[in-house]
Design a protein around this ligand. Structure first.
Ligand SMILES: Nc1ncnc2c1ncn2[C@@H]1O[C@H](COP(=O)(O)OP(=O)(O)O)[C@@H](O)[C@H]1O
Ligand SMILES: [Mg+2]
Length: 292
């Protein structure tokens, strides 16, 4: 089998360490576990790998109720019962009621696929361990039909986690691990430029100053992340905001902050003597932003 090397893509900035982690995980056939705060580009990485290597992307979004079994297959007994009562289909062939889950889909994919298991920390503690076996041996058995589903090609498995919850040791042992730290200002400037190539550099500099100042405030309930910054920059552009007003007023603050307490704290600090910018008699209405 030919071996592809991930180089990154035009819309996704990747550090050398992260690029290496991706390629090592692929070479060893191990899942790549990516941890990091929200907005550090974990989900986007899987998209970038798929795009960069020309592979289909299969996304399994994990929720608190997700069970590992659903990733393999489900047997639609309700449909079968329905058909046996009201339908004219032959219900004796159980195969037609077997629905493959995302892992199953990745196994039977004609082309090698990227399988993103997104936000694994949302599920219960058993979930990662329950997947270990199938991820290792790359096949599973369906007792209802006597079939074994084996991977045509070993999928590139990217697993993301939002850092808070610890994952089981046995699971961690099998993964290649990479932690994406929150981008520093320089990296963030580059990320913003990827999304807004024509952005005026003064506006970008002021927006970053305000953004990192807000993030540095102690006790915020929800720090704004990259997604919020990108939206905010868009709002500043669309609103025709002059760079001078950005740190003075922080317009459209509701795009950055989603909690009332944070909103109030930022406004209070902005106007206090040690605030972001010494206020020079500016009386504007900072609340006039979009607030959701
Ligand atoms: N390295 C990067 N290069 C380009 N865009 C990025 C990068 N990191 C984050 N982003 C952008 O930030 C936003 C959040 O990224 P996302 O992948 O959803 O983060 P996460 O899954 O870690 O919460 C997306 O719009 C994404 O395009
Ligand atoms: Mg994500």
């Amino acid at each position: 089998m030919e071996r592809s090397i991930y180089q990154g893509t035009a819309d996704y900035l990747v550090s050398e360490d992260l690029r290496n982690a991706v390629n090592i995980a692929m070479a060893l056939g191990r899942p790549l576990l990516i941890k990091g705060e929200p907005g550090t580009g974990k989900t986007m990485l899987a998209r970038s790998i798929a795009e960069g290597l020309g592979m289909p992307l299969i996304i399994w979004n994990i929720k608190s109720t997700t069970k590992a079994q659903e990733g393999l297959y489900v047997y639609d007994t309700v449909q079968r019962l329905y058909d046996s009562q009201f339908g004219d289909r032959d219900v004796s062939d159980i195969r037609q009621y077997i629905r493959l889950g995302k892992l199953g889909e990745a196994f039977v994919s004609e082309k090698q696929a990227v399988l993103l298991i997104d936000e694994i920390d949302k599920a219960d503690l058993e979930f990662p361990n329950d997947l270990l076996w199938e991820l290792d041996i790359m096949n599973f058995y369906i007792p209802e039909t006597g079939e074994t589903i084996s991977a045509r090609h070993r999928p590139v498995v990217v697993i993301t986690s939002n850092a808070e919850k610890e994952l089981p040791d046995a699971f961690l042992r099998r993964c290649i691990f990479h932690y994406i730290s929150f981008p520093d200002e320089e990296m963030m400037a580059n990320i913003v430029r990827v999304h807004h190539p024509n952005l005026e550099s003064n506006l970008l500099a002021e927006a970053l100053k305000a953004f990192y100042w807000i993030r540095s405030l102690p006790g915020l309930l929800k720090k704004p992340s990259t997604s919020e910054l990108l939206d905010w920059v868009q709002a500043l552009v669309v609103g025709g905001i002059h760079p001078d007003r950005v740190t003075a007023e922080i317009p459209f603050l509701g795009v950055l902050l989603k909690k009332n307490q944070d909103f109030d704290q930022v406004l209070r600090r902005l106007h206090s003597p040690g605030g972001l910018q010494r206020q020079t008699g500016w009386p504007g209405n900072v609340r006039s932003g979009i607030r959701n």
